[in-house]
Design a protein around this ligand. Sequence first.
Ligand code: NAD
Length: 373
Amino acid sequence: MTVGSLLILPGDGIGPEVMDEVCRIIEWFEKKLKIQLDTKFDLVGGSAYDKYGTPLADTTLKIANEVDAILLGAVGGPKYDNLEFSLKPERGLLKLRKELDLYSNLRPAQCFDALSDYSSLKPNIISGLDIMIVRELSSGSYFGEPRGIEINKKSGERYAINTTYYSESEIERVAISAFEIAKKRNKKVCSMEKANVMEVGVLWREVVQKIKDKNYPEIELSHMYADAGAMQLVRWPKQFDVIVTDNLFGDLLSDCAAMLTGSLGMLPSASLGNKNANGKLKAMYEPVHGSAPDISGKGLANPIACILSFSMALKYTFDLKKEAELLDKSVERVLSKGIRTADLLQKENQKPSSTKEVCDEILVELNQQLKEG
Ligand code: NAD
């Protein structure tokens, strides 16, 4: 059965290396579970610049607008450092996010038991952690006008301005996104803002509560000031299921929550927008890490962040929750066997597995789970 279409953009550096492994997983799903994806491949970032003279070609953007989901590896690298700003690889990624109006950024913080020693928090606080931060991505302090650095005409002193702006509809759409995600999880949402000192926070709280009262009776909603939320994330993170927050607070809280769980090579993400012509939310899935030029081409990259990004696509775009769980479980089993790439090794005498070897083992565990039924 064809479940939908997927545009694969491997990008630069370790992007193509980790994406090769994801393609082997996709093949496994096609062969063993008859889950057919209409996959297309194209370029983004430096590799697109090399071929098309731009980090995101119009033809690629057109396909990106037509598919159900995009899976992106990573962009960037020293080779492109001296390019003019608009041609830099990162512009390709930002243009994709902007043109597709991907306003809801999902950053899970999930701790695999085998890695609970990697956290700076105690294992009992962190083991079994599974939370999702939903960060508003297209408005707020990073985009609000007026902004800039000015000179006070009277005193001659420079001053800087940024504006935190949110319209009701911008808050509504990210709140809906968070509630929909919570429906597929443990049905709990905590909304974080600073309603005690910011008008934006007062409106945020009011609108999120209104959406919940109107359309989501089954969801348990709480509100927390973002500074208290940061403290609670470190004190007892397992109290949360889904956290929804604005662009600036989300930037800080999602980085903090993600690093509770260990290496950059383990962190997936998703960015979602409005519905496309097929009634699915526009979506781009990508690992949080960059192109890691220091390890690129050496078979050292951890493919798990990209594999878990694909798992998020299975769950949130293609509605294949059980299949996503099968993949997550295989990753967990591989880690608990002690198989891991160099970024996850703590002892000097441990032998790291290569990018390909980690994926080989994930495929073994997928087959094993099929046998177990
Ligand atoms: P980076 O994430 O590429 O690397 C930071 C460190 O983490 C490096 O030591 C790297 O070896 C390690 N690392 C990252 N991913 C890993 C993985 N999967 N397995 C093992 N180790 C891993 O960040 P950086 O070095 O600051 O940036 C390098 C390039 O990537 C720059 O050009 C930057 O602009 C770009 N970048 C792209 C994205 C993206 O595509 N989303 C994100 C961040 C940075």
